[in-house]
Design a protein. Sequence first.
Length: 207
Amino acid sequence: MPSRAFVRIALGFIFYFPCFAAVEAAEPVYSPAAVKAAFLHRFASYVAWPGEPTSDDSFTIAVSGADEVAEQLESLLPGLTIQNRPARIRRVAAADDLAGVHILYVGHQAQRARSLIVAAASKPILTVTDDDDGLATGSVINFVQVGRTIRFEISLPAAERSQLRIDAGLLSVAARVHERPRAQLWQQWYFARRKESGPGYRERGSS
């Protein structure tokens, strides 16, 4: 089982020196579950949730269908704080268990993976999956295997839907970033401009 020193060292390499991520993730003494647990803990430093947190609140990472990852977090989180709040781990099985959750990790063995992801999509929850089609199911972050390396991909539309802001530092080390099509971005800008300008707004060149 990895120590907290591993988390500090491994995540320092992974996030600040991506070229070393393969070395850390492939090291046999650190299981894939340990690396994923470290990622889940570190993701929180690069994501902004809506609203103003209070020191009385806990920061909760929920896990479904991934007992080994949950065990790693149960070893790692006690005594730690995330965004100046006590860190907590919760094992969940249904959508009713998501109240107060900030990060949800849905593993391969989750029996109700789809319903959990759909339920989390309407809440300010950072949903993380570990599936070939993870982003297609609606998650914000999905773990991917690149050779012997554990990496991750990010969906900005999913983050926006859940009212989450992803820091550029996290985007810069992602294996892939899924963005909205340019046509959708232009359409959003156009209608926002019309709304700001009022009913008298006309496109340049129109009569």
